[in-house]
Design a protein around this ligand. Sequence first.
Ligand code: 13P
Ligand code: SF4
Length: 322
Amino acid sequence: MVLQEASLELKGDLVSEITRLKLERNAIILAHNYQRPEVQDIADFVGDSLGLARTAAAADADVIIFCGVHFMAETSSILSPEKKVLIPDLNAGCSLADTITAEELRRWKKRHPGVVVVSYVNTTADVKAESDYCCTSTNAVKVVNSIPADKEVLLVPDIYLGAYVERMTGRRMHLWPGQCHVHAKLTPEAITRLRDERPNAEFLIHPECGCITNAMYYLGEGKISGKGTHILSTDGMLKCARNSTSTEFIVATETGILHQLTKQNPGKQFFPAKDDAVCEYMKMITLQKVHYSLRDMIHEVKVPAAIAGKARLALERMVSVN
Ligand code: 13P
Ligand code: SF4
């Protein structure tokens, strides 16, 4: 009991110190929807990849404390070169972004001259610099639809998002065989069991999920009910839950999203498709590290100008497609 009170006091002190430093530095704190609840709660803006990129670019701040993973902080730095972008832990990487290097992409492009490369935002700046367009889970379908139909397209690196975009656009593309280790674990078996237990629940799926191709296949086979099934980005899930009259939802993505879902929807219930769908990279950011980051102005994420210039073109196309 005494220990619990002491740690609450400590957390309160940390939050006031973060708030004081934020004002002193003219800083803004941005957090992804998968961040720890206490980190989301101190952020000025919580959102998905697209929302974070747009907010970082528009923010009237000198410093951005980016509570998310490294490629997201890189994106903000490329779009806002005049701002200092800091990530509280440099080890916060992404298993999906690690599935492709710029050198691999260059070699692939050599074998397919004239191909249009669309890279998911979960890629390094080096890979973005080799791409024609970037996209996020929110606008991937729109980005691909904006490319003339006679062009050959390669979508990197997420094979599940790629399969989803192929299905939605009706267009055959080359797909890179990458996947995220968290979303790949979300299997149709677990989902079928949960859906059987909660037949009235709506089903929210992130397009990175291993169950997406399975879900599309199973939908086709009639094995997972198509009723109340929504394939959405993390912000799309939040909007869907807010606007729905349903009171139960099964959520197939990283479990950090449950914090915003429950906060924004008192009276509604959310069930994770898998309790251990946890991204350890996202969880590397803690309140304590946010404090050190603001106090010591660490760790700056800066992309070399030549790479940033090329990547910016692909990113600006992404941000401008609604
Ligand atoms: P969103 O853009 O939907 O938030 O997804 C980002 C991500 O990394 C999912 O794993
Ligand atoms: Fe990357 Fe997967 Fe973590 Fe998203 S959940 S940041 S794709 S490792």
